[in-house]
Every structure is written in C-alpha cells, then in structure tokens.
Design a protein around this ligand. Structure first.
Ligand code: 13P
Length: 294
C-alpha cells in the first residue's frame, strides 16, 4: 500500500511503537526496505533529502519506483521528503508523486517556522500528503549539537506550534543529532522532556539522528512516546561494510550478485531494527500481486 505517513504514524501512536524512516538513494535500498517491511509485517517510511535528490536519487526515478513496489506490497509504505527546506524542492517531490513531506524550518524563529509549515500544509493536505515539521533543532553529531540544550524543543511552544501550524507529526530535539557521534560516545537523551512533550501534544513525535544512539536509548525513546525514528548513517555504513566484505571474500564476484548480497545484508539490519522499535507484526501481510518479474 502506498500511503502518506499520517495514518501509519497514528497507528504507531495509538499502539505505542515506532516506525523506521530510512534514507534511500537507490533501488537496492528501496527493495531492502519494502521487502523487510513485508517480511516483518511492518510499515516503513522511505526518506530522501533534497541533497540526495539532487545528487543521485532523482525524484522522477525514485517516486515511481517506490510507488510501484509499494502498491503491490501488503503493508503501508510512505515516501517522504527528508528536511525539505525550500518550497521548490518540496513542490517538485510532490509533483513526482511523493506521499509525504517534511518541511524543516527549524533554523528560523518560531513565527517564521509556523508560517513556512502552514504554507506547505495548505499545499500538501489538499492532495492527501502528510506534513512533518521540526521545532527546536536537531543538529550535527560531530559538532556536539545534541548536547546543546538551547536547541532542545520547548514544551510550552510545541503545543502552540502544532495547533497553529497544522503539521501531522513533529520532529523534536531531545539530545540526538545527525551523523556519526565521536568515537565511543553514546548521546544522553532528555527523556523527561520527551515525556512532557508526549503528554502535551497530540500528534506523533519524530526522533531524528537515530544512528549511533544505542539500543537502550532507542527503546526508551519509543517507550516515552517516539513514533518515527530516522536512520540514515547506520544503514549507509552497514551497506558499505557489507560491500567491502563481499569484495574481500570474493574478489571475482559479479556486479549483480554483489548488489544482491548488499541488499540482503541491509535487510538483516532493517528487520532487526523494526523488531527493536516494535513495528513488526502490526499488519496482516498480503502476498505481492505483482510485479511480473517477481
Ligand atoms: P542519522 O544519519 O544520524 O541516522 O540521521 C538521519 C536523520 O535524522 C535523517 O533525517
């Protein structure tokens, strides 16, 4: 099923679990995500950032591919613009068939953030497309942004923000950050703030910077109310490591087989993560009806 993030995240919200949102840049990653979701009877969100869209994963290629595979899958699949900052990128993705968008105006002040989200909401909701927004700012792990409490989401502001912006889910800053943390550093999350946010606002909450956060933090974040977890760096690194390993073990491996090995390895990672955050066994799996070369 090709769907927006809205209903799948409300289901996660009502049943206290989280859905993975995975950055994808090619067919192998798309297939790995969708097949993992089917095998685990889980929903999944495929994320592509504007940088990824412009460099490699062009929307006019990715969107129809995801849509075709999702339509014949028996579980909910969404395709989301990750950190859409300008209207042009968001509009282009919508025109190409994205089912969901994130508008990241978290670097702007409160009123401007609301104004920008509202503009996207009025465009997207008219087409049944869900909108994620961000309040507070999830920065960069290498810059120690996760430790900067000035960036954390203000609980009182969050309620007003959600009411006035009309967003369907909210990314919050509670101690994680994007990319790799310095070696041996596990972030410290502000779980009390997260619990307060959960109590105060009624839309699903999103955790960015899932990579390197550690299993304990992730499961606790879900228990405290997170319903969507963004993962990019960990899966990219996992794919690269499995590619290098396959080449080392079998230097004469054919290119297609190499891709298949990496895809299988990504599936192992994704399926384990789905079980960790409790999105498995949430849907009844209906067998693929197509495509022709299954
Ligand atoms: P990581 O690369 O740290 O997993 O962050 C992903 C993310 O939050 C994408 O929006």
């Amino acid at each position: 099923m090709y769907v927006s993030m809205k209903d799948m995240l409300l289901h996660a919200h009502d049943n206290n679990y989280a859905v993975m949102a995975i950055n994808v840049v090619n067919m192998e990653q798309v297939k790995a995500c969708i097949e993992s979701a089917e095998e685990e009877k889980s929903a999944v969100i495929l994320n592509v950032s504007p940088r990824q869209m412009k460099a490699h994963a062009y929307p006019y290629i990715i969107a129809p591919m995801v849509k075709n595979l999702a339509e014949s899958a028996g579980v909910p699949i969404a395709l989301n613009v990750d950190h859409g900052v300008n209207m042009e990128d968001i509009t282009k993705a919508i025109q190409c068939g994205y089912s969901s968008v994130m508008v990241d105006a978290s670097s702007y002040e409160f009123e401007e953030n609301i104004r920008r989200v509202r503009a996207v909401v009025s465009l997207a909701h008219a087409k049944g497309i869900s909108v994620e927004a961000e309040l507070g700012h999830v920065g960069v792990a290498a810059d120690a942004d996760g430790e900067n409490t000035d960036y954390y989401t203000n609980v009182a502001q969050a309620r007003e923000f959600v009411e006035r912006s009309g967003c369907d889910c909210l990314a919050v800053a509670v101690g994680t950050a994007h990319g790799s943390y310095p070696k041996d550093r596990i972030p410290k999350l502000d779980f009390d703030r997260l619990k307060e946010l959960r109590k105060t606002i009624n839309v699903p909450l999103v955790l960015h910077g899932g990579s390197g956060a550690g299993e304990e933090n992730i499961t606790r974040a879900v228990a405290c109310g997170i319903n969507k977890i963004n993962v990019c760096t960990d899966l990219m690194n996992h794919a690269k490591t499995s590619l290098l390993r396959a080449l080392e073990e079998e230097p004469g491996i054919q290119y297609m087989e190499l891709n298949e090995r990496v895809e299988e390895s990504m599936k192992d990672f994704i399926k384990a993560y789905m079980r960790l955050i409790g999105s498995n066994n949430r849907y009844t799996f209906e067998k693929h009806t197509g495509p022709e070369f299954d």
